[in-house]
Design a protein around this ligand. Structure first.
Ligand SMILES: *Cc1c(COP(=O)(O)O)cnc(C)c1O
Length: 417
């Protein structure tokens, strides 16, 4: 049977994949939700496991031929429970958003009150934002960060929760540079009879590596992606107390999904093994050290950070003091080889498509082995671009220096070419 490789079968897609590979190798990737998966993770996710249907759960399938699939999913579940100290794990959600949706399905009826951090203040779409199904099918109440400190005000969250008595209380964010007080959220949820859901999509790797406190002892349910700081394949996961295991499993399948993506499950298992090794603890700690080094350098240059700094993997900066917008900054930085997000800042007077801020993080550069010196250098380049974003010569010079730095720190999962 004629079965050519990708380069032969589809030269167009092959060339685009190779180009993207080179882009990932030769630029500084600061998007805080992105990372480099290892070769082992990539290899597992590119296997023939993609050929197999296995609706159901290990030992309880609706299809025959599950001897190896059951072993793979069981390993992934055991590794997830061991790594996070959880009583139960579901590794089937297709990604972070379906993982969250499964939690709504497990605990809520349409129209129930739910509560989460609002999107413009760093929350996620699936925490009840109005354009998401979670804001359309449920009565969503959104909390904000404090207008001065930009920190979560737990007294304000408590007051809002007491007023609206939500069924679900979400903690978690996509653009919050500080740690969460999961015990405080759990206490508020208990006071109002809500289930406490900690969404650690961004920080799962930090939690696994001990660089951020774990919500597992406090939360009824913990949801996460597997492809951000955890460095796995694109996927999702739900951890919960045994008491909720049945409700969560039934919500994922048959409630929301059909057959699990077994190639992804295998790659998640590989990533969980990698995250349990001593080197991953060093990685997680270095992610935070690098973010703090960048923050120090920015503050030394007089560039304002939301909340005044960071204690996780992520920084949020108001760039309007440099007389540019977030989007202009992100575009100029990309031409200098530094890729990050434009992002709203809390109480942003500008529109979301061209907001006041940029968002950046250190998970990917740390996966390449970069440390504080490189983090500070990157922050100096960013500062230079923000102050002279129209200077094409400067952008080109930095672009060259960026490629040089990238050559010194080859990225995991990327074969040199
Ligand atoms: C990334 C993220 C998600 C969604 O994950 P997808 O895989 O993009 O669907 C959910 N919650 C938070 C907090 C996230 O950061």
């Amino acid at each position: 049977m004629y079965d050519p490789d990708l380069a032969l079968a589809d030269p167009e897609i092959h060339a685009l994949v190779r180009s993207e590979e080179r882009r990932q190798a030769e630029c500084i990737r600061l998007i805080p939700s992105e990372n480099y998966a290892s070769r082992a993770v990539l290899e597992a996710s590119g296997t023939i496991l993609t050929n197999k249907y296995s609706e159901g759960y290990p030992e309880k399938r609706y299809y025959q031929g599950q001897i190896y699939i059951d072993a793979i999913e069981t390993l992934a579940i055991h590794r997830a429970c061991a790594l996070f100290g959880a009583e139960h794990a579901n590794v089937q959600p297709y990604s972070g958003s379906p993982a969250n949706l499964a939690v709504y399905l497990a605990f809520c009826q349409p129209g129930d009150v739910v509560m989460g951090l609002s999107l413009p203040h760093g929350g996620h779409l699936t925490h009840g934002w109005n354009v998401s199904i979670t804001g359309k099918y449920f009565k969503s109440v959104q909390y904000s960060v404090d207008p001065v400190t930009h920190l979560i005000d737990y007294d304000a969250v408590r007051a809002l929760a007491k007023e609206h008595r939500p069924k679900l209380l979400f903690a978690g964010a996509t653009a919050y540079p500080r740690q969460f007080d999961f015990a405080a959220f759990a206490a508020i949820a208990a006071e109002v009879g809500a289930r406490f859901v900690a969404d650690i999509a961004h920080i799962a790797g930090l939690v696994a590596g001990g660089a951020h406190p774990s919500p597992v002892p406090y939360a009824d349910v913990v949801t996460t992606t597997t492809h951000k700081t955890l460095r796995g394949p694109r996927g999702g996961m739900i951890l919960c107390k045994s008491a909720f295991a049945k409700a969560i499993d039934r919500a994922v399948f048959p409630g929301l999904q059909g057959g699990p993506h077994n190639h992804t499950t295998a790659a998640i298992a590989v990533a969980l093994r990698e995250a349990s090794l001593p080197a991953f603890k060093v990685y997680a700690e270095q992610v935070v050290k690098n973010a703090k080094a960048m923050a120090e350098e920015f503050l030394a240059q007089g560039l304002p950070l939301i909340s005044g700094g960071t204690d996780n993997h992520l920084l949020l900066m108001d760039v309007t003091g440099c007389d540019i917008t977030g989007k202009q900054a992100a575009v100029a930085l990309e031409s200098a080889g530094i890729v990050l997000n434009y992002n709203t800042i809390p109480y942003d007077p500008r529109k979301p498509f061209d907001p006041s801020g940029i968002r950046m993080g250190t998970p990917a550069i740390t996966s390449r082995g970069m440390r504080e010196d490189q983090a500070r250098q990157i922050a100096r380049w960013i500062g230079a671009v923000l102050r002279a974003s129209a200077d094409e010569t400067l952008l080109a010079t930095i672009r060259h220096e960026v490629v040089e730095l990238c050559r010194q720190f080859p990225a995991p999962g990327i074969v040199a070419h």
